[in-house]
Design a protein around this ligand. Structure first.
Ligand SMILES: *[C@@H]1O[C@H](CO)[C@@H](O)[C@H](O)[C@H]1NC(C)=O
Ligand SMILES: *[C@@H]1O[C@H](CO)[C@@H](O)[C@H](O)[C@H]1NC(C)=O
Ligand SMILES: *[C@@H]1O[C@H](CO)[C@@H](O)[C@H](O)[C@H]1NC(C)=O
Ligand SMILES: *[C@@H]1O[C@H](CO)[C@@H](O)[C@H](O)[C@H]1NC(C)=O
Ligand SMILES: *[C@@H]1O[C@H](CO)[C@@H](O)[C@H](O)[C@H]1NC(C)=O
Ligand SMILES: *[C@@H]1O[C@H](CO)[C@@H](O)[C@H](O)[C@H]1NC(C)=O
Ligand SMILES: *[C@@H]1O[C@H](CO)[C@@H](O)[C@H](O)[C@H]1NC(C)=O
Length: 641
């Protein structure tokens, strides 16, 4: 009898197992949701969606189901695919179907970094009551973040950052320095942050950076008591930082930078608030008032940037107690007073930047205790140092010394010749330096950026500069330097292709050297400015060897002879300034190949003949060609035949 029962039970169990494997198909709602989603996508470089066939959606790539209910719990299709064997940035193009919200049991929706996904966040998103993680960053989604998102009470991570036109902004914008105002608003999330956000009390990560959000940060944001990482940077948010942020007791990362926030910094109001805050960025806003002395309560603070605000008053002496601090950016404010002695206690400090404020001297000797300091930027204050304090050159870790506009007089100090850490960056621009450029400069074998512009230096450039193997930026403009530039064109030639990207020697008295352009291998050079010098002779065809050049300014010299057509081999050239020289002959017809040219000036030379007809030359205003002996044709008046 007992045996029979066992058999029956076994039979029953087998039947159930069989039925479950048949019903392995999908919940009809889930299937419809997934099919509509797939239907909206017309391109998928990962090849994941083409394999979505049949009804067993739980077996589809990127889909996971609850093994008890059979309902879809995860749609996991990130653009960046990393396995143990390979990494791959895939792309999907198409619309995000609102039917995705039919997947009522969804806990994870990861469509992050697919680059080409467009459309909006469906207002029906609030139906996904079980959602814990929502990743829609790095796409082309736009429109408002719907209020219904406040219904996702289980949400732990919300990443909606970087929805912009096409992935990322180009890193190099050539010499069009003003172009950094270029913003690609239209393909980002817009509107304000819904007030309903404060109901998401399980939220740990909230990332909305690089969108076009406007309005205020919700007043009761402090309700998000388990929030750890909070990034609203690079939006157009206005108003004050809500006082309630004091209640974000779990916060460790807070980035509110690059918005239009105003008012005072309202935190921390008491000891023990935000005890885990390690990374704080408030730069590029319009914050006013003082740096709160209460910052001393933020005991975990490691990296903080308050740059480019309107903060005033003295640097609070209490900052010296922030023992975890490694990077402190205070530049571009209205801070005054002296640097407090207590700064010398920040034994872990790696970077200190207080540039562009109204800090007065003298520098406290206590700073000589900053054993780990690598970067010191005190440029453009009211320091009036007269000379670089000896202990600066003796700081054991210092490799980036930025003391522009500090009232430094006399010769470039020999103490910089052999510092404990090799100098990588030296900016002593806009001071009152006199004398020559010392030959020992060539021995700074780690130097990648040298800025001695706007001084009264008056030697020739020593031959030793050509030993600067890793030099990338060389700015000596507005001095009284003389002689030949030839050594400059040999800098870093032992490095394949050369390392220099930027040379500015404008406003000096160099008489020769231009004929050596391209003698070395400056294949990475993007910016060359020799304007306002005394260069004579001819521009050699070897200029075409500077393949990466985007910006060439040789204006206000005494260069002559014909313009070489080889200049047009510089296919990246965006700016070409040759005005106020003595160039003769015709404009080479090859100039029509300069397709990227955005800025041209050939005025006040001795050019003749017809301007080659066509773009880009015809697009420039007349003023780019005037003051020549006999130019004609578009955009000037027609040639008389
Ligand atoms: C079912 O899922 C749970 C959690 O998702 C897991 O721990 C369990 O091992 C799964 N069971 C089976 C039989 O796969
Ligand atoms: C912070 O939280 C406390 C209690 O949870 C509450 O009384 C207070 O009003 C909150 N402060 C702010 C500024 O929201
Ligand atoms: C800078 O200091 C010198 C003396 O070291 C003084 O003569 C000069 O007036 C000061 N300049 C300013 C702007 O404070
Ligand atoms: C060099 O310093 C000057 C004056 O401080 C500044 O205007 C210029 O931008 C600097 N050059 C580079 C390449 O940063
Ligand atoms: C530049 O140097 C020349 C002599 O080498 C001198 O006559 C001239 O005054 C100097 N100009 C400046 C601005 O220092
Ligand atoms: C070259 O330098 C001069 C003087 O410093 C400056 O006026 C000019 O704008 C620079 N040219 C370019 C193209 O940046
Ligand atoms: C510039 O390009 C032309 C045509 O491709 C070529 O004949 C010439 O040698 C190039 N000039 C230089 C200096 O590379």
């Amino acid at each position: 009898m007992g045996c029979q029962m066992l058999w029956l039970w076994l039979l029953l169990a087998l039947t159930i197992m069989a039925t479950t494997s048949i019903v392995q198909g999908c919940d009809p709602g889930d299937l419809k949701g997934l099919a509509s989603f797939r239907g909206g996508i017309h391109m998928d470089t990962s090849g994941r969606l083409v394999k979505w066939a049949g009804r067993s959606c739980c077996r589809w790539q990127g889909v996971a189901c609850n093994n008890r209910t059979g309902r879809v719990t995860e749609v996991h299709l990130p653009g960046f695919i990393a396995t143990t064997d390979f990494v791959f940035q895939s792309q999907m193009e198409g619309w995000l179907s609102p039917s995705i919200t039919l997947l009522a049991s969804l806990e994870v929706l990861d469509l992050g970094g697919l680059v080409g996904l467009s459309g909006r966040i469906p207002t029906s998103i609030g139906r996904l009551k079980n959602l814990k993680r929502l990743y829609l960053y790095g796409n082309k989604l736009r429109g408002p973040v719907p209020d219904s998102i406040g219904k996702l009470l289980k949400l732990e991570e919300l990443h909606l950052h970087e929805n912009r036109l096409s992935g990322y902004l180009p890193t190099s914008i050539g010499c069009l320095k003003n172009l950094n105002a270029l913003l690609l608003h239209s393909n980002r999330f817009t509107g304000s942050i819904p007030g309903s956000f404060s109901k998401l009390t399980n939220l740990m990560h909230l990332d909305l950076h690089s969108n076009s959000l406007i309005g205020n940060i919700p007043e009761d944001i402090g309700e998000l008591s388990v929030l750890e990482e909070f990034d609203l940077s690079e939006n157009f948010l206005t108003g004050k930082i809500p006082v309630s942020v004091n209640n974000l007791t779990s916060i460790s990362v807070m980035y509110l930078d690059s918005n239009h926030l105003e008012g005072e910094i309202p935190f921390p109001s008491n000891y023990g608030q935000m005890p885990m805050l390690g990374f704080l960025r408030l730069q590029n806003n319009q914050l006013r008032g003082k740096i709160p002395p209460n910052f001393v309560y933020l005991v975990s603070l490691q990296r903080v940037s308050l740059e480019n605000n309107k903060l005033e008053g003295a640097i609070p002496s209490s900052l010296g107690n922030l023992q975890a601090l490694t990077e402190l950016y205070l530049g571009g404010n209205k801070l005054s007073g002296v640097i407090p002695k207590s700064i010398g206690q920040l034994s872990r400090l790696i970077l200190l930047s207080i540039s562009r404020n109204s800090i007065q001297g003298p520098l406290p000797y206590e700073m000589s205790a900053l054993q780990n300091l690598q970067t010191l930027d005190l440029s453009f204050n009211s320091l009036n140092l007269s000379s670089i304090p000896r202990w600066v050159a003796e700081l054991p870790s210092l490799s980036r010394i930025l003391l522009a506009g500090c009232g430094i007089e006399g010769r470039i100090p020999d103490s910089l010749r052999s510092t404990p850490s090799p100098i990588q960056e030296l900016d002593l621009s806009a001071n009152y330096l006199t004398g020559g450029i010392p030959a020992w400069i060539g021995g700074l074998n780690q130097l990648y950026s040298l800025n001695l512009s706007r001084n009264h230096l008056s030697s020739s450039i020593p031959a030793s500069v050509s030993d600067l193997e890793v030099l990338g930026v060389f700015d000596l403009h507005s001095n009284n330097l003389t002689g030949s530039l030839e050594h400059v064109f040999n800098i870093g030639t032992s490095f394949p292709g050369g390392s220099l990207t930027y040379i500015d020697l404008s406003y000096n008295s160099f008489t020769s050297g231009v004929e050596q352009i391209g003698a070395g291998t400056l294949e990475r050079l993007e910016y060359l400015n020799l304007s306002h010098n005394l260069q004579e002779g001819q521009l050699p065809t070897s200029v075409a060897k500077l393949k990466a050049l985007k910006c060439l300014d040789l204006s206000h010299n005494k260069l002559g002879f014909g313009l070489v057509g080889d200049l047009a081999n510089l296919s990246h050239l965006e700016t070409l300034k040759l005005q106020r020289n003595r160039f003769t002959g015709k404009i080479p017809v090859e100039f029509l190949n300069l397709k990227n040219l955005k800025d041209l000036d050939l005025s006040d030379n001795l050019l003749v003949g017809e301007i080659p007809a066509g773009k880009p030359l015809s697009d420039f205003p007349q003023s780019c060609f005037t003051g020549n002996r006999g130019l004609c044709g578009k955009p000037l008046s027609p040639c008389k035949s």
